[in-house]
Design a protein around this ligand. Structure first.
Ligand SMILES: [Zn+2]
Length: 114
């Protein structure tokens, strides 16, 4: 039986990351595959730990980034200020994850807000 709260958490993360991907790399087929792979991987995780739902967007963002770095572009998403390095997710595990410039240490945008 499908768990609605799992589906909701996954759908929310999907919406946020789809926005970030569309704004930064034009929703390429490779990006869509990366997102689907990351979402599928996290579904079992949130099924096993429903209280972790608020962490899912930040985790999916990190998973998508890892997949894209390995296969497409090792600088996604590009820091809009420096244009020569990628942004990273902070915190590694937590609600309200942000894309952060590791050079300035400053948050650039929330996940879903690039
Ligand atoms: Zn930067």
């Amino acid at each position: 039986m499908p768990d609605d709260s799992t589906t909701q958490a996954i759908d929310t993360a999907a919406r946020m990351l789809r926005n970030d991907l569309e704004r930064t790399c034009g929703a390429s087929p490779a990006a869509a595959v990366a997102l689907e792979t990351a979402l599928a991987g996290r579904r079992a995780w949130v099924d096993a730990w429903p209280e972790g739902a608020e962490h899912v967007p930040g985790l999916v963002a990190q998973d998508v980034q890892e997949i894209i770095h390995a296969s497409v572009d090792d600088r996604w998403p590009m820091c809009p200020e420096h244009l020569d390095h990628p942004l990273f997710i902070e915190p590694d595990l937590g609600p309200d994850a942000f894309w952060v410039c590791d050079r300035s240490g400053l948050p650039v945008a929330p996940v879903g807000g690039l």
